[in-house]
Design a protein around this ligand. Structure first.
Ligand SMILES: Cc1cc2nc3c(=O)[nH]c(=O)nc-3n(C[C@H](O)[C@H](O)[C@H](O)COP(=O)(O)OP(=O)(O)OC[C@H]3O[C@@H](n4cnc5c(N)ncnc54)[C@H](O)[C@@H]3O)c2cc1C
Length: 334
C-alpha cells in the first residue's frame, strides 16, 4: 500500500500510485493501466474526499511545463497550459502578461488539469467563459482525444469529465482563450462595490479576489477542508414555490433566478446550513462546520474521511428536516 498526501489530511492509502510526469510515461504504463480493476486520476485532491483506502491504481497528474501561446486572433490569445501547473500560478502568469479572463478565479486550489472537471467558478466567472479546449489520453484506447468547449458539456460545477468520462480520460493540457483588451467582470457585489466607477487592472482584481477569499474562507493549511462541500441547490421554479408555500422557513433563504434560465431557482446552500444553526458546529468526532463559512467542512484534527462524511450526512439530515431540500455534495466522494 502507498500513502496518499490528501488535501483534507485524512491519512489514506492506495494499492498503487504512479506520478504521471509526461504523456510518454502514461503510454509506457499502458498494460498496468489497462489491467487495473479500479483507476482514479488525481490532481492535488482539493476536491476529493476519500471515505476509505483506495483498492486500485491512482494516476497522479504531475505534467509540468510552461504555458505556450497556441495562436492569436485579434485581441484573443489562446494559451496551451500543461495539466500539472498550479491553477493560481497560471492566474498570476496571465496577470503578469496583461491577459484578461481568469483574474476572478485567483486562489482556487488545485491544478490546471482538474479545472475543467467541475468547471471551476468564483466571483462571477467560470472556466467555461474562456472556451477551454481539453486535451487528454483516453485510458481505454491510449489515444489522444480533443474536446471542444461544446463537447465538454460545461454547466454549473459540471462537465462530461465529471460524468460519463470520469477516470476515463487523463487530461494532459488545456487551451484557454484570454484577451489583451479590457474585459473586467465586476458583476459580483463585492467587486462592484470596490471598483465602482473605476477601471481596475487585472492585478487589482486578482488582489481583491485574494483578499475576499482570505477573509471569508478558513485557511486549508490550518483547518484542512475542500472548499464548498455542497452545491447550491437548483430547483424548478414551480417546485420551489410549492416548497415555499408548505415550508415557511424557506422564506429566510436568499434565492436567485438562474442566469439564462428564469424557470430555475438557485438557493444559497451556506444560508440553508447557517439557518439550521450549524455554522461553527463541532461534531463529537472532532470534525466541524467552519465558523467562517457554513458551506465549508473542516478536519482540524486530521480525522478519517469517514468522520468528515459523517458530519456531511448530519448536515444534510438537518437541512432536509428543516427545509425538505437535499444538499448534493460538490466534492467527489471516493
Ligand atoms: C479552500 C478551497 C477553496 C475552493 N474554492 C473553489 C472555488 O471557488 N470554486 C471552485 O470551483 N472550486 C473550488 N474549490 C474546489 C477545488 O479547488 C477545485 O475543484 C479544483 O479544480 C480541484 O483541483 P485538484 O487538482 O485538487 O483536483 P482533485 O481534487 O485532485 O480532483 C478533482 C477531480 O478531477 C479529476 N481529475 C484530476 N486531475 C485530472 C486529470 N488530469 N484528468 C482527468 N481527471 C482529473 C479527479 O478524478 C476528480 O474527479 C476549492 C477547494 C478548496 C480546498
Amino acid at each position: 500500500m502507498v500513502s496518499i498526501e490528501t488535501y483534507l489530511k485524512t491519512n489514506t492509502q492506495s494499492n498503487d500510485l504512479i506520478h504521471i510526469k509526461t504523456i510518454g510515461q502514461l503510454l509506457e504504463n499502458r498494460d498496468n493501466i489497462l489491467e487495473a480493476p479500479q483507476k482514479l486520476i488525481i490532481g492535488d485532491t482539493s476536491n476529493i474526499l476519500f471515505k476509505k483506502d483506495f483498492a486500485g491504481l491512482i494516476l497522479k497528474n504531475s505534467i509540468l511545463g510552461k504555458p505556450e501561446v497556441e495562436r492569436t486572433q485579434g485581441d484573443k490569445v489562446y494559451l496551451r497550459v500543461p495539466a500539472g501547473m498550479n491553477w493560481h500560478k497560471l492566474v498570476e502568469y496571465t496577470v503578469k502578461h496583461n491577459l484578461w479572463g481568469i483574474e476572478n478565479l485567483a486562489l482556487i486550489p488545485g491544478l490546471v488539469g482538474s479545472a475543467p472537471i467541475q468547471n471551476i467558478g468564483a466571483y462571477g466567472t467560470e472556466l467555461s467563459d474562456c472556451a477551454p479546449v481539453v486535451c487528454g489520453i483516453n485510458l481505454a484506447t491510449m489515444k489522444n482525444q480533443i474536446f471542444t468547449p461544446e463537447e465538454c458539456q460545461f454547466r454549473y460545477r459540471e462537465s462530461i469529465f465529471k460524468q460519463q468520462l470520469q477516470d476515463k480520460l487523463f487530461i494532459h493540457s488545456v487551451i484557454i482563450r484570454l484577451h489583451t483588451t479590457y474585459q473586467a467582470k465586476l458583476e459580483y457585489k463585492e467587486l462592484n462595490n470596490t471598483f465602482k466607477n473605476s477601471k481596475p487592472t487585472q492585478q487589482e482584481i486578482m488582489q481583491t479576489v485574494c483578499r475576499i477569499r482570505q477573509d471569508r474562507l478558513p485557511n486549508p493549511q490550518e483547518e484542512p477542508n475542500l472548499g464548498s462541500f455542497f452545491k447550491n441547490p437548483i430547483l424548478d421554479k414551480k417546485t420551489y414555490l410549492t416548497l415555499q408555500k408548505n415550508n415557511p422557513p424557506l422564506n429566510e433563504i436568499p434565492s436567485y433566478e438562474v442566469t439564462n434560465n428564469p424557470q430555475k431557482i438557485k438557493l444559497s446552500a451556506a444560508a440553508l446550513i447557517d439557518n439550521c444553526g450549524l455554522k461553527g458546529y463541532q461534531h463529537p468526532n472532532k470534525t466541524a462546520v467552519s465558523k467562517k463559512h457554513a458551506l465549508v467542512l473542516t478536519n482540524p484534527q486530521h480525522k478519517s474521511g469517514k468522520d468528515v462524511l459523517e458530519l456531511a450526512q448530519y448536515v444534510q439530515t438537518k437541512v432536509q428536516q428543516k427545509y425538505s431540500i437535499n444538499l448534493e455534495p460538490e466534492v467527489r466522494i471516493v
